[in-house]
Design a protein around this ligand. Structure first.
Ligand code: TXA
Ligand code: MG
Length: 325
């Protein structure tokens, strides 16, 4: 099956201008980094982030990496630990992503963090990416620019084949040099915890950090895998799913036109992208009210509905089972 062709932009000033205008307008732009091509969108826009998940057809919300032009503004978004400072100095710009705690005033969409209190940030080392980030002047969230469960793209043509016109434009910067995704490191604590191996080796990380690194899943002390259950946001009150008639004293998070008495509605018109964009903010808001429990209306199991259902199912799992998965 061939996809309709997307707009391919060359690496000149006019193209960068066009690409950043699209990003500022909430559109999806694939761009090269030294590791792989990223599927970029305005990280501060819930709607733009929902478009990324829609385009990738992922059945769950994996948290995304936010790309910045330089180290200077990172403290705006996350708490920069002394470990993060050391690693940033050693490896940025480059093939490293740091997971850090979000600042309270962090303007990045909660959907980009998949509801976690942490945010992954990266300063890529690629001239075109750097220029695009500078020109756009927004944090840009970007997963690899391929459909879920397909190979990461290292050329503009790979992106075009995988995503077609689901992406509004592709900035063509030729083949990626590293060709392997960035190494993802949790730098919230004292020791580095490697969440995903990639362009950097464990030895290089240990040298820069001046201490042993843990590998998530391998080491007993380290969290199992990126943002897994334990740190995922779950409401403080019980959560019931597929509810068409809420109980007395229960808050009801609706979906679609058949929930006129809902406390809040993820999408009154039944639009799944709108529902995804609202999901985390509305779950937080419901949680802050004084309900004894929270009920969520049925969400269709199609398109973005798969990821929404996956997420709320996890949130509905009792606290004690959270580390099991
Ligand atoms: O090289 C790369 O990293 C490319 C380029 C485009 O930057 N991006 C990339 O993104 O590979 P993606 O979405 O395919 O992979 C991001 C990885 C996932 O394993 C995700 O679970 C992890 O980073 N991640 C993102 N945010 C996280 C968080 N808050 N906590 C833990 N892991 C996180
Ligand atoms: Mg990927």
């Amino acid at each position: 099956m061939t996809n309709p062709s997307p707009l391919i932009l060359k690496s000149d000033d006019a193209s960068i201008e066009k690409a950043s205008a699209l990003l500022r307008d909430g559109k999806l732009v694939a761009f090269p980094t030294e590791t792989v091509y990223g599927l970029g969108a305005d990280a501060t826009s819930d709607d733009a982030i929902a478009r990324i998940f829609e385009a990738k057809e992922r059945p769950s919300f994996n948290p995304l990496i936010v790309h910045l032009p330089d180290i200077g503004t990172i403290g705006h978004y996350v708490d920069v630990t002394s470990l993060a400072q050391k690693l940033a100095q050693a490896f940025w710009p480059g093939a490293m992503t740091l997971v850090l705690n979000r600042r309270l005033a962090c303007p990045v969409s909660k959907l980009a963090s998949a509801g976690l209190n942490t945010l992954a940030v990266r300063v890529p080392k690629h001239d075109l990416a750097h220029q695009l980030l500078l020109k756009t002047a927004l944090p840009i969230a970007a997963p690899s620019a391929n459909r879920s469960e397909t190979i990461s793209p290292t050329k503009a043509s790979h992106v075009a084949t995988s995503l077609g016109d689901r992406v509004d434009a592709i900035l063509d910067g030729g083949p990626c040099q590293v060709g392997l995704e960035s190494t993802v490191i949790d730098a919230t604590g004292e020791a580095p915890v490697i969440l995903r191996l990639g362009g950097l080796t464990k030895d290089e990380i240990e040298d820069a950090a001046g201490m042993k690194a843990l590998i998530a899943g391998d080491d007993h002390q380290a969290p199992k895998s990126p943002g897994m259950m334990r740190r995922h946001y779950a409401p403080s009150i019980p959560l019931r799913l597929n509810v068409t008639t809420p109980a007395e004293g229960e808050g009801w998070l609706g979906f679609g036109p058949d929930c006129p008495t809902a406390t809040l509605n993820l999408s009154p018109s039944g639009n799944l992208r709108e529902a995804a964009a609202n999901l985390f903010a509305m779950m937080h808001e419901m949680d802050s009210k004084t309900f004894k429990s929270m009920a969520i209306a049925p969400i269709p199991m199609e398109g973005l509905g798969l990821a929404i259902n996956d997420r709320i199912k996890r949130a509905a799992t009792p606290q004690s089972n959270k580390d099991e998965e």
